[in-house]
Design a protein around this ligand. Structure first.
Ligand code: GDP
Length: 463
C-alpha cells in the first residue's frame, strides 16, 4: 500500500437504495473529483470552502471513453487535515442505484483514483494520527454491533479513551526512565527528576492504573467479543431446546431420539447485556457411532476453550450416576459453570443435588421458555461488573488489548521488584522500556504491521 496515492470506494452498502455515498481520499482527491463532478454554480470544486455540500452533475465515461452526465448529486470537500482520513477527501452522494453507484466509482478510477482495499480509509486515519488503534477497533466493533450494549461500548471507544489512558501511563513511565538515565549518566550530580521513592510511587501508580484497566476486560469481552459458552449434558435433557431458546429460533434439531445433535453448532446470541458465542454440542457420552464420536471430540475441545459452561440436567428425574459424574467433572475448570435445571414444567426433584454441586444454579423450562430471565440475570452477575459504566468508563474490549496490558503490567512489576530489592537503578531501565513498548502496542503507536493489517482486513471496503 502506498499512502501517497488517492483511493476511492463506495462507502454505503451494496444494493439499491435512495442514496449512496462514495469516498475519495488522498492528495489528488479534489482534482480527481473535478473530472467526475461539476458544480451547477459553474464554480470549480476547489473554490469552495471545506465541509460545504455542493450540488452538481456527475459524469462517467461510456464504452467509447466519452464522458456523459449520468446523475445529479452532492459533493462535500474535506480539506486535509480536517477529514476522517486526515487527507484531502471528497464524498460524493449520488442516487443509490446499483449500476449507477458502480459507474460513478468506475469514473473515479478512470479519473486517476485507485480502488480502496478493505478498511483502507480507517487505516489511513490511523496512520495519519487521526485515531489510535483501539479507537479504530471500536469503530470496527460499531459496524459489527448486534446488540444495543455493544453499540454503547463501541461508540464510547471511538473517542480514543483507551489511548488517553495509555498516554498517561506511558508519560509516567517515561519520567521514571529519564530519571533513571540521569542517575546513570550523571551519578554525581542531582539531575534526576525523581528520587528512588518517587520512582517507586510512579511505578505503583502505573500498576494500579493498568490493573484497573485489566479489571474492565471481563465485562468488555463479555459484551464486545462474546463469552465462549458450551451447553453440555446427557442426551435428551434439553440442550438443543435451551440453545434454541437462547438464540430465539429453532436452529438446533429437537427430538427425543438420543444423539440427535451430532456436530457442534455455534451462534452468537445476546443474553441480557452479554453476548454469548454459544456452542451446542453432542453430549459427552460414550458411543460407538463414528460420526457421533467426532461430534463428541469437538465438544470436548469447545469445552476446554469455554469461559461459560451451561450444564443442563433434566430436573424432573432423579439425578443418576451420569449426572453425578458430569457435576463432578467441572471441579478443575476455570470456566464459570452454571447448572441449568431444566424441565421445571414437569416439577423438579432433588434440587439439593444441584445446589450442593454447583455455585450457580438456575431452574427453567426450555420447552416453554420460562425462566430464561433468571439465566440471563445470573450470567450478567457473573460477567458484568455492575460498577462499570460502559458509556463513560474506559473499557478494554478485546484480547489484543488485554495481552498488551498484561505484558506492560508484568514488565512494570519486574521494574518495581528491582527497585524494592535495592538493585542498581539501571536494571529497571529495560523493564521500564519493555512496559512502555507494551503500552505503545496497546494504543497502537508501536504495533507490528501484521497486527495492523489483521485488524483492518476485518473492515469492509469503503470504511
Ligand atoms: P438434547 O438431546 O439434550 O439436546 O435435548 P432436546 O432439546 O432435543 O430435548 C429432548 C426432549 O426433551 C424433547 O422431546 C424436548 O421437547 C424435551 N424437552 C426439552 N426441554 C424441555 C422442558 O423444559 N420441558 C419438557 N417438558 N420437555 C422438554
Amino acid at each position: 500500500m502506498f499512502i501517497g496515492d488517492t483511493i476511492a470506494a463506495i462507502s454505503t452498502a451494496r444494493g439499491k437504495g435512495g442514496v449512496a455515498l462514495l469516498r475519495i481520499s488522498g492528495p489528488d482527491a479534489i482534482s480527481i473529483c473535478q473530472k467526475v463532478f461539476s458544480p451547477k454554480s459553474g464554480k470549480k470544486l476547489s473554490e469552495y470552502a471545506s465541509r460545504t455540500a455542493i450540488f452538481g452533475s456527475i459524469y462517467a465515461p461510456d464504452d467509447r471513453g466519452e464522458w456523459n452526465e449520468i446523475d445529479n448529486g452532492l459533493a462535500t470537500v474535506f480539506s486535509a487535515p480536517a477529514s476522517f482520513t486526515g487527507e484531502d477527501t471528497v464524498e460524493i452522494c449520488c442516487h443509490g442505484g446499483i449500476l449507477l453507484t458502480q459507474t460513478v466509482l468506475t469514473a473515479c478510477l478512470a479519473a486517476g483514483a485507485r480502488a480502496a482495499e478493505a478498511g483502507e480509509f480507517t487505516r489511513r486515519a490511523f496512520l495519519n494520527g487521526k485515531m489510535g488503534l483501539s479507537a479504530a477497533e471500536a469503530l470496527g466493533d460499531l459496524l459489527e454491533a448486534q446488540t444495543r450494549e455493544q453499540l454503547t461500548l463501541a461508540h464510547a471507544g471511538t473517542d480514543g479513551r483507551v489511548e488517553r489512558k495509555c498516554r498517561e501511563i506511558y508519560d509516567s513511565l517515561c519520567a521514571v526512565l529519564s530519571s533513571v538515565y540521569a542517575k546513570i549518566d550523571y551519578p554525581d550530580e542531582d539531575l534526576a527528576e525523581m528520587s528512588r521513592e518517587e520512582m517507586q510511587d510512579a511505578l505503583e501508580d502505573s500498576i494500579k492504573r493498568i490493573e484497573k484497566l485489566l479489571d474492565t476486560y471481563r465485562t468488555g469481552h463479555a459484551i464486545a467479543e462474546g463469552i465462549p459458552t458450551v451447553i453440555c449434558g446427557k442426551p435428551n435433557v434439553g440442550k438443543s431446546s435451551l440453545y434454541n431458546c437462547i438464540i430465539g429460533r429453532d436452529a438446533a434439531i429437537v427430538t427425543d431420539v438420543e444423539g440427535t445433535t451430532r456436530d457442534v453448532l455455534c451462534e452468537v446470541a445476546a443474553l441480557g447485556r452479554v453476548t454469548l458465542r454459544l456452542f451446542d454440542t453432542a453430549g459427552l457420552h460414550e458411543t460407538e457411532d463414528v460420526v457421533e464420536k467426532i461430534g463428541i471430540d469437538r465438544a470436548r475441545k469447545a469445552l476446554e476453550d469455554a469461559e461459560l459452561i451451561l450444564a443442563v440436567f433434566d430436573g424432573s428425574t432423579a439425578p443418576d450416576e451420569e449426572d453425578r459424574a458430569l457435576a463432578e467433572s467441572f471441579s478443575g475448570t476455570d470456566a464459570t459453570v452454571i447448572a441449568v435445571i431444566n424441565k421445571s414444567d414437569l416439577g423438579i426433584v432433588q434440587e439439593e443435588f444441584y445446589t450442593s454441586h454447583f455455585a450457580h444454579t438456575v431452574t427453567l423450562s426450555a420447552k416453554e421458555g420460562r425462566g430464561t430471565e433468571s439465566l440471563s440475570a445470573l450470567v450478567e452477575s457473573c460477567f458484568i461488573n455492575g460498577e462499570l459504566d460502559t458509556k463513560n468508563d474506559t473499557v478494554l474490549t478485546n484480547a489484543r488489548q488485554k495481552g498488551a496490558a498484561l505484558s506492560a503490567l508484568e514488565a512494570i512489576k519486574r521494574a518495581q521488584e528491582g527497585l524494592d530489592y535495592g538493585l542498581p537503578v539501571e536494571l529497571c531501565c529495560s523493564d521500564c522500556e519493555a512496559a512502555m513498548q507494551a503500552i505503545a502496542e496497546l494504543d497502537g503507536r508501536a504495533v507490528s504491521e501484521d497486527i495492523v493489517s489483521h485488524i483492518f482486513s476485518h473492515f469492509c471496503v469503503g470504511k
